[in-house]
Every structure is written in C-alpha cells, then in structure tokens.
Design a protein around this ligand. Structure first.
Ligand code: ADP
Length: 324
C-alpha cells in the first residue's frame, strides 16, 4: 500500500566519492514518503548499497545532504539514528554464540526496555515472520536454515519498532524456493508492519511485486523513478526497457489470455472486480492496494487473483524467458 504523501527521507544533491576516487553516487536527488516501500534497483556497481548506507551513516556523503523528517542526518545523534533505522543484509550477521531470542533482543536492550516487554516482543516478532517462538527462540543461528536466519534478521530489524527499515538484497542469497516463499510472506508482512522500507535489489521481479515505487539507477545516477505501473507502461528509455526485459511483455498481456495458466481459484470472499481485458501489470499495481481481485471474464467471475499468484506467475515466466 502506498504511504501518506508526507516525505520522510530526502536526498538533496548527494554525491559520494570514495577515497580511491570512485564516485559511486552522483548528484542524487530523491524523496521517499512515509509508509512507502521504496525499491532501489540497477546493475551491480550502480551505487545502490552506497545510497542505502548513507541513510544510516554507515557511509558519509561527500557533498549534499540527506534529511530524515526534515532534519539533516548529521544533526541526528548517530546511535539514535541507527536504533531508529532497522537494517537487514543479504547474509544476515546473527551473533553465532547468542540464541535467536538474544539476537532479536539487542536493540530493545540497548534502549533499556523492560525484560517482560522484550520477551513479549520476541514472541510477537517470531510469530510475525513465521517462526514458532517455542521451537526457535532458544536455538543458536547455526541450528536454523538460511531462510530461517533471514527471517530472524527481519525480526531483529523490526525489534525496537523503528519507523524506517533498510534492506540490502535480503533474499538474494537464498535458493529460489525459499526466496519465493520469503517474498510472498514479506508481501503480507509489509501490509501489517506499515513501515517506510528502502529495499535494494537487482531483481526486477522483486521490485515490481514488492515496491510501491522504484528508483532505477545507473552509474550512480537516477534513470527513472516511478510506480511499477509506470515502469511497465511508460519506460523512459531503452535502458529501462532492457531492465524490465521480457517481464514487460508478460505484464502487458491481458488477463484473459492468461486465464488457463493462472489457474485462478474461486472464492466466496467478495473482492474488487477487475475485467479480464486488464493487463497483468495493471492488475499487479491494483494488488498493491487490494489484497485480492475477482477477475471478471465475459461478465462472469472466473476466480480470484492474489499478489502471491501474480508473483509466482511472474517468476515462472521470467525463468523461462517470457511468454512472447
Ligand atoms: P551496488 O550496490 O549497486 O552494487 P555499490 O554502492 O556497492 O553498488 O558500489 C558503487 C561503486 O562504488 C562501485 O563502482 C564500487 O566498486 C564502488 N565502491 C563501493 N564501495 C567502495 C569502497 N569502500 N571503496 C571504493 N569504492 C567502492
């Protein structure tokens, strides 16, 4: 769901040049709104991670400014800034000697939460990310699969209820099945937690299905900023088109041509209706606001479309190289 119109994070003419002279980010301007799921995407080396790490001051910018809530990050206390910004990495760095519970409790403890509140929060968060608290909280990270560890990483980032979460390719080290499962669960989770999320990926499927808005970067600069719908329907140039690649053609097909393959299931739950002339891309954009859509074909309901279903379909067809 798109957030309010209130801007939470502003990049103002930000440039980052590393000590060896590499300019990773160049005159970068961007506004991220409160409650928005914002995706930074682009080829390897285009400056996504650098951009993300400047938000919580893991990297300092060379020029320009970043504002959070209208205040320069330089003026925020660095510890408070980091506590108020959850951070999830590709390979989650859980502390190996600590239990899952202890790993999740780190920031609440630093913030001097009461013991009982922390315990309650750990149980709540493990439940939220789909891990049974009684089974997992006393385990060590090595006793969990990669996908489960990433779930704990998400729980840990959410622990002290920070308004902003930064995620750097959080699912990319996982095998395709766990990855898809986690993406689908995360689609549901993002509705529940209602945070401002800045999410780095190089995977356009992930960007189109998870993002409220996307910024495509190249050589440290912005190429296009827009909703998934705008990327599909109004790609700004050939670079954007090539990045969307064959998904564009799949997403531009009307639902009526995909009815058999989508294997839509009937449902008794009333949902917003969508005509089968609508493209898969437009349906997907609507699914960021509605949980399910009832697909109408020749005035008859033929089944419901969910984000999970659309996501699965997109994955299947991008692996095969597209339908057309
Ligand atoms: P992405 O996340 O899009 O892959 P990065 O932000 O990691 O891109 O990197 C952007 C550019 O900055 C690349 O050319 C990379 O080699 C360079 N870079 C990243 N970190 C450093 C560093 N610590 N020192 C020098 N150059 C770096």
């Amino acid at each position: 769901m798109a957030g309010s119109e209130q801007v939470l994070i502003t990049f103002r003419d930000v440039t980052k040049t590393y000590e060896d002279g590499t300019t990773a980010v160049q005159s970068f301007n961007l506004e991220i709104k409160e409650g928005e799921f914002f995706v930074l995407i682009g080829p390897s080396g285009c400056g996504k991670t650098t951009t993300l790490k400047m938000i919580n001051r893991l990297h300092n910018m060379t020029h320009g400014d970043i504002l959070i809530d209208g205040k320069s990050i330089a003026e925020h206390n660095i510890h408070e800034l980091r506590w108020n910004i959850g951070y999830v990495l590709q390979q989650i760095a859980l502390f190996p000697h600590m239990t899952i519970e202890e790993n999740i409790s780190i920031v609440p403890e630093l913030k001097s939460w009461k013991k009982g509140d922390i315990k309650e929060r750990v149980d709540e968060l493990l439940g939220l990310v789909g891990l049974d608290p009684s089974t997992y909280k006393k385990r060590k990270p090595s006793e969990l699969s990669g996908g489960q560890q990433q779930r704990v990483g998400v729980a840990r980032a959410l622990a002290a209820n920070p308004p902003i979460i930064l995620m750097d390719e959080p699912f990319s080290a996982l095998d395709p099945l766990s990855r898809e499962q986690l993406q689908q669960d995360f689609l549901k989770l993002k509705e529940k937690i209602q945070k401002t999320i800045v999410f780095v990926t190089h995977d356009m499927n992930e960007a189109l299905t998870l993002g409220d808005r996307i910024c495509l970067m190249k050589d440290g600069e912005t190429v296009q900023v827009g909703t998934p719908e705008e990327f599909i329907n109004q790609p700004k140039n050939e670079f954007v088109k090539s990045f969307i690649g064959n998904r564009r053609s799949v997403l531009q097909l009307p639902l009526k041509e995909l009815l058999e393959e989508l294997e839509l299931e009937p449902s008794a739950t009333p949902a917003r209706e969508v005509n089968s002339n609508v493209t898969l891309g437009d349906a997907l954009a609507s699914l960021s606001e509605e949980k399910i859509l009832t697909v109408m074909h020749e005035n008859e309901p033929v089944g419901i479309l969910t984000s999970e279903k659309a996501l699965q379909f997109l994955h299947a067809h991008s692996r095969e190289g597209g339908l057309v």
